[in-house]
Write a protein that binds this ligand. Structure first.
Ligand code: DQQ
Length: 653
């Protein structure tokens, strides 16, 4: 398949856009039929948190779809607020206008809730279900728990509510896979059935002991809401699926220590073995508003000693959830087993904590002193809680594991929904896991990790693909790329003139992609991709770069994922996510990899130096009506150097 020759869907009105820029107005993205979109007004995001489990066989998907549609027809009063009221050439103020492109585009004011619900396309909810991201076939899912490899299978556990599409009654769902992409659902591994976990089997980890046997440590919320650490072991070690788990009679093996609140003690890490022959774990906690990681040591996982020093703490960061702690190599790309690091090995350590207060995952790079038993960040200005994040979108409660098969460290993270809880109830499920990512230290910067989708994902790349090179994108160009659909894997690189040699410099100011998103026009940027885009761009998710000159005279590069025009439906998060990232002067191009899977857009900028996961809910740009475009909404030309885009198969039969 090829790239469409027609371009310049933006360009018909470049003059007027430029004059708007001159007048310091956001130009909006111009579309084919002559209009442009103003930025949508902020809509209140519903960041409800819930969960789920299982596989998705076609049969189940069919049943789910049927149930959803039937449910939608029946629950008029529970309707999601689907209210498309913007279209090309019209602003949000112009509600009387309606575009003649189907029954969806009716003004809200003339319809009742029931009528509006009837306007929701039949496949609005079913189209949101992902095809190759991990998600149970129904109900609520949240944190990844205890990923590991055992007897030929990757195991994945997750926080799961077997009863509903909202958080509650939390168990450990369980699936197995041979390639981390195709998953086979098993029965629930752990349910709340003892006093010490009566309110839920919360997050934890698996440790594979030296004899190859796995052990689960997890947090139970007790019948009195006390957070306690508990242990479970396989009933039958010869079963490669590890279908049944037994909670040990000694539970709970850890209770909150003095000074730590009964609700501030959770999520044990994978244990690591040190040269003194003792296993250690970290457990997240807080003292006042200081977030911290406690360390316990043991020989048998039953009797534990609390160490006097915290692994690390950071004032003002609040409760640390789902702490993770692991080494990365300074000399190679292989992942490392924390228990096998040699004393003089050249490594750095990563400490990650999920901030309960802002629901983001922060990591910092540093050293671990086995003498002081503490972690010391390399750069205290980038400490846990205010420095680097794994992901600048919807991504939380992540966990890594060491894959002994391919000697790599793999990261899992929870991507919650950003629609309303009501929509989740209607569709019957909530949340996906991000594509598993390999993690290595970035040798170009030395100051961040590189995250990259596991190579197994490429097995799903289909025959429908395009590969292109060297296309100039002038300011205002929008060029359709000849692959379409809501399941894509795209890799693209861009070059641009040397900004340091510019005669005319732009105004020195901080660029903030939340101020206008892809509609805010600069010299170099925004340029990038429009994914899940309708043919007439009435819906589009822009993933793009923007180069800006800071007041200190330094050029910086920002990557953004703009959800503000992703959906015509109301009540959906319209945040424009973004972050700046380091780019050494030796790097003279910019790269994006974007994974599109119905309601998920996962972005990996510059080889995975900065990542953004967006959850989007198009109403028109769904399934085969979703298209891919290159765009440049900056005023200066840039060059698309290389592009590969593949339509992706489903991972579920
Ligand atoms: N989710 C679990 C907790 C954890 C939180 C409960 C993080 O153990 O702290 O479902 O999302």
């Amino acid at each position: 398949m090829g790239m469409a020759t027609g371009k310049v869907t933006f360009a018909h009105d470049i003059e007027s856009q430029e004059s708007r820029v001159a007048e310091n107005q956001a130009p909006g993205v111009v579309c084919e039929d002559g209009g442009y979109y103003e930025q949508l007004p902020d809509q209140k995001a519903d960041h409800s948190e819930s969960e789920n489990a299982g596989s998705r066989m076609k049969f189940h998907a069919l049943i789910l779809t049927t149930i959803c549609i039937a449910f939608i027809m029946c629950v008029g009063l529970l309707t999601s607020s689907f209210e498309p009221d913007l279209a090309p050439g019209k602003t949000v103020k112009d509600k009387a206008w309606s575009k003649q492109s189907g029954s969806m585009l009716l003004p809200m004011s003339s319809t009742t809730k029931e009528e509006r619900l009837a306007k929701v396309p039949d496949n609005f909810f079913s189209s949101q279900r992902t095809a190759f991201h991990f998600q149970p076939w129904k109900n609520w899912m949240n944190d990844p728990n205890g990923p590991m490899f055992y007897k030929g299978y990757y195991h994945f556990f997750y926080q799961y509510n077997p009863d509903a599409a909202v958080w509650g009654n939390i168990t450990w769902g369980h699936s197995v896979s041979t390639d981390l992409i195709h998953w086979y659902p098993l029965n629930i591994a752990l349910v709340p059935d003892h006093w010490y976990d009566a309110e839920g089997v919360w997050s934890g980890s698996v440790t594979v002991l030296l004899d190859g046997k796995p052990v689960i440590l997890y947090t139970g919320s007790s019948n009195e809401s006390v957070q306690l650490q508990n242990m479970a072991v396989p009933e039958d070690f010869s079963d490669p699926f590890l279908r049944n788990w037994v909670k040990v009679p000694q539970n709970p093996v850890l209770v909150p220590p003095p000074g730590i609140g009964k609700k501030d003690f959770r999520d044990p890490t994978t244990a690591w073995l040190e040269s003194d022959g003792l296993w250690r774990i970290a457990v997240g906690a807080k003292e006042g508003t200081t977030g911290l990681a406690l360390v316990y040591r043991t020989t048998d996982f039953l009797d534990w000693t609390l160490q006097s020093k915290f692994l690390h703490s950071v004032a003002g960061t609040g409760m640390w959830e789902c702490v993770d702690f692991y080494p990365v190599s300074l000399t190679g790309l292989n992942g490392l087993d924390t228990s096998k690091v040699q004393v003089n090995q050249l490594v750095k350590y990563i400490l990650k904590a999920s901030m309960d207060d802002d629901k983001h995952d922060y990591y910092t790079i540093g050293t671990y002193s086995t003498d002081s038993q503490t972690f010391i960040p390399d750069d205290p200005t980038k400490d846990v809680g205010f420095g680097l994040r794994y992901d600048y979108g919807k991504y939380y409660a992540s966990k890594t594991f060491y894959d002994p098969v391919k000697e790599r460290r793999i990261l899992w993270g929870w991507a919650n929904e950003s629609d309303s809880e009501q929509d989740d109830i209607i569709k019957g499920w909530a949340s996906v896991q991000s594509i598993p990512r390999t993690l290595v230290l970035d040798s170009h910067t030395g100051s961040n990790l590189l995250q990259w989708p596991i190579e197994e994902l490429e097995l799903l790349r289909g025959d429908n693909s395009v590969v292109k090179q060297n296309m100039s994108l002038n300011g205002g160009d929008v060029v359709k790329v000849g692959v379409s659909g809501a399941q894509l894997d795209i890799e693209v690189t861009f070059t641009y003139p040397d900004v340091h040699k510019l005669d005319v410099l732009p105004e020195h100011k901080e660029y903030d992609c939340s101020q206008g998103g892809a509609a805010q026009r600069g010299l170099f940027g925004p340029f990038g991709l429009l994914v899940l885009a309708a043919d007439n761009l009435v819906e589009q998710t822009a993933v793009y770069f923007y180069l800006s000159l800071r007041p200190n005279g330094k050029w910086v590069t920002t990557v953004c994922s703009d959800q503000s025009r992703s959906s015509l439906a109301k009540g959906i998060d319209t945040t424009v996510y973004g972050t700046v990232f380091d780019k050494p002067p030796t790097e003279n191009s910019l790269s994006l990899r974007v994974i599109v899977d119905h309601s998920v857009v996962e972005t990996f900028a510059q080889g995975g130096r900065a990542c953004i996961t967006s959850r989007v809910y198009p109403t028109v740009a769904i399934d085969r009506n979703a298209h891919l475009f290159l765009f440049n909404n900056g005023t200066k030309p840039v060059t698309m150097q290389t592009l590969g885009a593949w339509e992706m198969s489903s991972a579920y039969a």
